[in-house]
Design a protein around this ligand. Structure first.
Ligand code: HEC
Ligand code: HEC
Length: 199
């Protein structure tokens, strides 16, 4: 190859590399946002946080992301707090209204993320589930998770304890590669850990 052509290509490669590596400095911020937009959609936590919601709703279980249920479900749930799955979770009126408004603003029908839209699409119009774990999308996603892995598993006990299996749940990530099931291991399928007797 001609020496001049060789060096022209080499310089071209180096210039391209430098420009690519410094993209965040010279590129229009508007053009960089597609990546940030993607991250927002993969993470199901809302942009808006609420101290009232955290105080009122995280003492008995993890703070569920508002986008995991439609607005009508949150409305129904907030009306029945005195008998909340067998517990009394009643709140003083001003706090209840603040939490309700927050849940309405950030419910599945108000935001866009990888969970909200497929969940809504699989919901019938007249369906108002009170549990995330009762929605069709949830059940399809957990098809391989058998009752003995949950209720029959002393270290899980309830499907409502998302964070036991999804160890990034509190950061808003429910990735199937960030899942563990206590007392089980994955080898193709999930298998129960049994004691191995050593000779
Ligand atoms: C006094 C304890 C307590 C408080 C406070 C409480 N909850 Fe609950 N919540 C429960 C129990 C118990 C369950 C049922 C858990 C189970 O099935 O293992 C539950 C379940 C739920 C579920 C259904 C989870 C599923 O299975 O998908 C949602 C949604 C929920 N709570 C929302 C809320 C909201 C919103 C608040 C705040 C207004 C709240 N909770 C406050 C005790 C509480
Ligand atoms: C007993 C453990 C367990 C519990 C409890 C549990 N999950 Fe899961 N979840 C799994 C497993 C295992 C998978 C992956 C299924 C697969 O690989 O097909 C999964 C998958 C998912 C996915 C899809 C992830 C992806 O990559 O597409 C979501 C979203 C999810 N779970 C949300 C929840 C929420 C919300 C709760 C609580 C209300 C919950 N899970 C409770 C075990 C659990």
């Amino acid at each position: 190859m001609n020496k001049v052509v060789f060096w022209a290509i080499m310089i071209g490669v180096v210039v391209f590399g430098v420009l690519a590596a410094t993209r965040s400095i010279w590129q229009d911020p508007a053009e960089q946002t597609w990546m940030k937009g993607m991250i927002k959609k993969i993470n199901i936590l809302p942009q808006e946080t609420s101290e009232a919601y955290a105080k009122a709703c995280a003492s008995c279980h993890m703070l569920y992301a508002p986008s995991m249920l439609p607005a009508r479900s949150w409305a129904k749930l907030m009306l029945g707090l005195q008998d909340h799955f067998g517990d009394n979770a009643e709140l003083a009126a001003p706090i209840r209204d603040e939490v309700s408004a927050y849940l309405q603003r950030n419910a599945a029908d108000k935001v866009e993320n990888i969970y909200a839209q497929p969940m809504l699409n699989l919901l019938a119009d007249d369906e108002t589930p009170l549990r995330i774990s009762e929605t069709k999308y949830f059940m399809l996603l957990h098809d391989i998770v058998k009752p003995e892995m949950i209720t029959g598993n002393p270290d899980v006990q309830s499907v409502a304890r998302c964070e036991v299996c999804h160890y990034e749940a509190l950061e808003g990530r429910f990735n199937r590669f960030a899942v563990r099931i206590p007392n089980y291991y994955k080898e193709g399928i999930w298998r129960k850990i049994v004691e191995v007797k050593q000779e």
